[in-house]
Design a protein around this ligand. Structure first.
Ligand SMILES: [Zn+2]
Length: 307
């Protein structure tokens, strides 16, 4: 594949890129239209309103998230690129983003809500359906989280992305195959984003994105979204994964500045999901809100992120 790319993509202009992605008939578009009709509605602050039943609720909104140091461990899972089948390819031209205007805080994913956004990255390698079980648990607690799925796995299970959005969670682009974007030539970089999950928010693997990556992403309609709190759930000590207790403590002991308008980074393959009930409980008892689940969302995360 890289041979192909080398042969066909060398020497391309820095900002010249093709628009060859087939415009995917976006089912989400209809959702988007339906949702936008509701965006003007006030959002009830009471999370209990958006539990499992809240899915039919009128407040259909979306938002961004953030993250930065992705998991080395998560790289294990994947064979070579899986034939891409269209969840992503969101290369349709989009308006300039707030980030391009210089006002966007990528560590906070544009979060201005005061609340904390929980984010879950990569893929649950041994148990793909774990994602939707986590999604259901968060939904039941009135929480909207953001899932940044690796495109080549998400493409094999399109129903997972659809279900997460139906549960009221944002699903964002985490590239197609989880390479470090800053190390790629521009055409490969473009493909990594294009073939990832569609939408308008990109969490670069390992949080690695410089100006070039930001520009390429922005031209494709994506904002960079990193994080303020890294739980280090991906880290192993003496071969042992970080415990749910330690992961929970990383959030509990983070600073107020990291929590207010904050974004928490965790992963789908680690003990982070098991730590979530404790994290939610701690944050609430410390007086922090958590992004509220107000029902199904589309593939767009609003800016500013008022969740
Ligand atoms: Zn990652």
């Amino acid at each position: 594949m890289s041979g192909y790319r080398d042969a066909f993509r060398r020497g391309r202009g820095r900002h010249r890129r093709r628009r060859r992605a087939p415009l995917k008939p976006v089912l989400a578009l209809s959702v988007l239209v339906a949702c936008s009709a509701y965006m003007a509605h006030a959002v009830d602050d009471d999370p209990t309103e958006c539990g499992p039943q809240g899915m039919a609720g009128p407040n259909c909104r979306s938002v961004p998230l953030g993250n930065r140091a992705d998991n080395p461990a998560g790289k294990a899972g994947g064979a070579e690129a899986v034939p891409h089948e269209g969840d992503g390819a969101g290369a349709a031209p989009r308006p300039r983003t707030a980030e391009q205007e210089g006002v966007y805080d990528r560590e906070r994913c544009g979060n201005t809500s005061g609340r904390v956004l929980l984010t879950l990255d990569d893929w649950p390698y041994n148990d793909p359906q774990r994602s939707v079980r986590i999604g259901a648990q968060l939904q039941a607690q009135g929480v909207r989280a953001a899932f940044f799925l690796i495109g080549k796995f998400a493409a094999q299970y399109p129903q997972i992305t659809a279900t997460l959005r139906q549960q009221g969670h944002w699903v964002g682009n985490h590239s197609f195959s989880h390479q470090k974007l800053t190390a790629l030539d521009e055409d490969v970089l473009t493909d990594e984003i294009r073939q990832g999950v569609g939408g308008n928010m990109l969490r670069p693997p390992y949080g690695a994105a410089d100006e070039r990556e930001r520009e390429v992403a922005a031209d494709m309609g994506f904002r960079i979204c990193n994080w303020t709190i890294d739980t280090h759930d991906w880290e192993k000590t003496d071969g042992q994964p970080r415990s749910a207790e330690d992961i929970r403590a990383a959030v509990r002991d983070a600073t107020p500045e990291e929590k207010h308008n904050g974004v928490v980074l965790g992963h789908l393959f680690s003990n982070f999901p098991d730590a979530l009930p404790g994290i939610i409980s701690d944050l609430r008892s410390q007086g922090y809100g958590i992004c509220r689940n107000t029902g199904p969302v589309n593939d767009q995360m609003p800016y500013p992120l008022d969740c």
